[in-house]
Ligand binder design. Structure first.
Ligand code: ATP
Ligand code: MG
Length: 391
């Protein structure tokens, strides 16, 4: 029996002439992420993509798990590919779905016939397959309203396909088709969710992390990499830039009034990220900020950080509650990593009374005690990168 994965494209199908480009990008992402499982053949036809393993010991469970995390896939299922012959279809349906049918009391058959030359109509296919299954499984009754098992027979150009219920895919647009943006990633709950959300809208994600050794530990940086490994299951391989932020933070601590220090620090992050993003070919920055969540995320505070960015700053979580963000982080399995207790460069130097209503005009004076360009250039020059791949 030849088992394949049948993929239904969601929003991709709406993209008119670009559709083929989007489908190709989705297939490329699938191929890359399945490379370690063995050879596959990918075919496109009628808003569906089929992934057929070419190796005998191909792990279909692992492959399904990978497909469930690829953006652009609206729904998918494992299916059996067979010749378009009614007696083969009936026999294979009974065999392929044996376990599900044995364990159920009710079922129905749905037929989808995109090959209009097939001699039987859809209702005729349903009747014939349904009758055959009833004769083989005496535990079963037909229930067309709310069946426990739905047997789907698809008659397409070259082959017939048999499957049961399909699973929802990750949705969205294939990662990489929308250009590249740089995610400011901390070790917290929010930024990984923000990166996931923008990758879902088709962006390729590169990441930048600000570390302040020895105030922040090697383990804190490892935590960020663990988060990226997890995110890479959805976003694909992620390039991570690690900025040594210690000198900037020490100068802020020594020279800037405490109530301004958080925002001055955030403005430095923006400046350095802009510089590195430009070199990297990223066209926007992404942060995990949510309006009003902390002092540095009030509207006046965000205006002060935005003012030093030349590129657009995407904040997909801006209107979300913490519980909504946590729900997504649990779904993408970053939550348990995020809550591990390792210090972040922000927390190490947190002031007791940060300004919640800062004035943009204050910063010129507050920051005049520092050589901004020199600090930014030095931090950017010393920045290193590496690639993080999925777990
Ligand atoms: P998170 O849960 O993502 O840490 P947060 O609610 O703790 O967010 P802040 O610590 O104020 O909020 O950070 C706001 C945003 O700034 C983060 O979502 C992230 O995008 C960015 N950021 C904070 N710290 C760092 C860091 N050390 N390196 C890179 N980006 C950071
Ligand atoms: Mg944080």
């Amino acid at each position: 029996m030849k088992e394949i994965i049948l993929i239904k494209n969601g929003e991709i199908a709406l993209k008119g002439l670009n559709r083929s480009t989007f489908e190709d990008a989705m297939i490329k992402n699938i191929r890359r992420r399945m490379a370690h499982l063995g050879k596959i053949e990918a075919r496109k036809a009628q808003s569906t993509v089929t992934i057929a393993p070419q190796d005998e010991f191909f792990d279909m469970d692992a492959a399904s798990d990978i497909v469930s995390k690829v953006f652009g896939v609206s729904a998918f299922c494992r299916a059996c590919e067979i010749e378009k012959d009614m007696s083969v279809i009936c026999k294979t349906a009974a065999e392929y779905l044996k376990n599900e049918l044995e364990g159920a009391k009710t079922f129905k058959v749905i037929a989808k016939r995109s090959d209009k030359k097939f001699p039987l109509t859809s209702p005729e296919i349903c009747r014939e397959v349904g009758g055959y299954l009833l004769s083989k499984f005496h535990n079963l009754k037909v229930d067309v309203i709310d069946p426990e098992v739905t047997v789907v027979i698809e008659i397409r150009d070259k082959n017939a396909y048999i499957h049961s219920a399909q699973t929802d895919g990750a949705g969205g647009i294939p990662t990489g088709t929308g250009g590249r943006a740089m995610l400011l990633i901390s070790g917290g709950i929010d930024s990984p969710v923000a990166g996931y959300m923008m990758a879902k809208r088709g962006l390729e994600i590169t990441a930048i992390h600000f570390a302040s050794p020895p105030y922040t530990s090697e383990r804190a940086l490892e935590k960020v990499k663990d988060l990226l490994r997890q995110m890479a299951q959805y976003c694909g391989r992620i390039k991570l830039y690690t900025v040594s932020f210690t000198e900037v933070q020490e100068q802020i601590r020594d020279r800037v009034r405490e109530e301004y220090s958080t925002l001055v620090m955030r403005r430095f992050m923006m400046r350095i990220a802009n510089k590195i993003a430009e070199k990297d070919g990223s066209l926007a920055l992404i942060t995990g900020e949510s309006l009003g969540q902390v002092a540095s995320q009030t509207l006046p505070a965000i205006c002060c950080t935005d003012a030093v960015s030349q590129m657009p700053v995407f904040r997909p979580l801006i209107g979300m509650d913490k519980e909504e963000i946590v729900a997504i982080s649990r779904k993408i399995d970053t939550f348990d990593i995020s809550v591990q207790p390792f210090e972040d460069c922000c927390t190490v130097f947190t002031p007791k009374h940060p300004k919640t209503k800062p004035n943009l005009s204050d910063f010129e004076k507050v920051e005049s005690v520092m050589d901004i360009d020199a600090l930014v250039n030095k931090a950017a020059e010393e920045t290193r990168y590496e690639y993080i791949t999925a777990v």
